[in-house]
Design a protein around this ligand. Structure first.
Ligand SMILES: Nc1ncnc2c1ncn2[C@@H]1O[C@H](COP(=O)(O)OP(=O)(O)OP(=O)(O)O)[C@@H](O)[C@H]1O
Length: 370
């Protein structure tokens, strides 16, 4: 593509192969590219856990930018990340939910403050190395979020929260590539170090995915042992604090019950973990709130979709049913929808996102309440 007027784009550079190649591809397409790395490690936290914003990651991003001949800046986003992502993450676990920190980071940090900063720098777009695709209807101007070519790496689940205005100013240069190809292309361009880097860990700010130690360090007083109970409230044993458990978990309960028992949910007020047998972990319906619609303006009546209840869950046939006057339901953030699945889903987990698809397009999504 030749751009008559060079469009300016800020690329979020994490020091990994994906964002490095995003920057390289845009440069090759003729954009004026600025690389920016957000420093998001919690204040007082370890300086380098090898995550996306560690010191080595910043160095890697800087080196790639230098090789590509683009400017590179580091922005201090510690406070905004701490207050919006880490606090949310910790509080969600402490209130019996399983949080989705990447979704929150995308919404508040990357496409919130970061996009605002990029626009203030005169950029037309923010680009990242996410595997996702943005399409725009030339007639209506409506933007759509679509699954990428590499369906295994598909990150649309984490991006369901983006608004029309944010999507309008977003580029995903890896939309049409497979990850293996991206690594090869990075090596061909002499970006050897990043071409060999392993994929990023699950939660970028938590070393070894040990979230329990992370939360314990921040809020030790809030983690108290309590009772395992069945649905009827009968005491089955003692647990080590709610944050140690997630819905559907069987292993690591630390007590033997004579038959396999699974976490069904939490009674946060009573500091209880509710256990049950395998079949009780399955459910046909969920309630979701804090909704965002992308492909459509909203739902008025029942809508048939495919839905995903966690990042790596398979798509499942479902019907969305908007609930009337639902804003006052417990846990509601705005309207609530009921999602009815054709086949029961295992371990529907409050706090996780449910994302709706039709074909390749993301219809929208929300946060699971129950
Ligand atoms: N600290 C950061 N500063 C700027 N942009 C970031 C940062 N962390 C992540 N991003 C952007 O968000 C995208 C998705 O982040 P994610 O953590 O999923 O990394 P990834 O898919 O492994 O990508 P990469 O290989 O670039 O690290 C990255 O490709 C990058 O564009």
């Amino acid at each position: 593509m030749t751009l008559t007027e060079k469009k300016k784009v800020v690329v979020g550079m994490s020091g990994g192969v994906d964002s490095s190649m995003a920057a390289a591809l845009l440069k090759e397409e003729g954009y004026e590219v600025i690389g920016i790395t957000l420093q998001t490690m919690p204040s007082g936290g370890p300086d380098d856990v090898g995550g996306c914003c560690s010191i080595t990651a910043i160095d890697d991003a800087r080196r790639v930018a230098h090789q590509l001949g683009i400017p590179h800046y580091v922005l201090n986003f510690r406070t905004i990340f701490d207050e919006n992502v880490i606090d949310y993450f910790t509080n969600a676990y402490l209130s019996g939910e399983t949080p989705n920190p990447c979704t929150m980071c995308n919404r508040v940090v990357r496409w919130g403050e970061f996009l605002r900063k990029a626009r203030a720098l005169g950029a037309d777009y923010l680009a990242t190395g996410h595997y996702a695709k943005v399409l725009q209807d030339p007639q209506s101007g409506r933007c759509f979020l679509s699954r990428p070519t590499d369906t295994w790496k598909d990150q649309t689940y984490m991006l369901y929260n983006l608004t029309q205005d944010q999507l309008k100013h977003t580029l995903f240069p890896l939309a049409d590539y497979k990850k293996e190809h991206i690594r090869e292309m990075a090596a061909e361009r002499g970006l050897l170090r990043v071409s060999r880097k392993p994929d990023s860990q699950e939660i970028c700010f938590i070393p070894d995915d040990d979230y329990v130690s992370f939360i314990r360090e921040r809020s030790p007083e809030k983690i108290k042992p309590g009772n395992f109970v069945d649905r009827q409230g009968n005491i089955l044993g003692r647990h080590q604090g709610l944050i140690n458990y997630t819905v559907g978990q069987r292993k690591g309960l630390g007590v033997t019950f004579g038959k396999p028992m699974f976490v069904l949910g939490f009674n946060v007020e009573g500091n209880e973990v509710i256990l049950g047998e395998d079949q009780e972990v399955y459910a046909h319906t969920l309630l979701a709130t804090d909704l965002n619609w992308i492909a459509i303006p909203g739902v008025e009546g029942p809508l048939t979709v495919q839905a995903k209840i966690r990042y790596k869950a398979p798509l499942a046939e479902a019907k969305i049913i908007p609930l009337k006057d639902s804003e006052t339901l417990p846990g509601a953030i705005g309207p609530v929808v009921r999602v009815e699945f054709t086949t029961p889903q295992r371990a529907i987990t409050p706090g996780q996102a449910v994302v709706f698809y039709q074909g390749e397009l993301v219809v929208g999504g929300g946060k699971i309440i129950t």
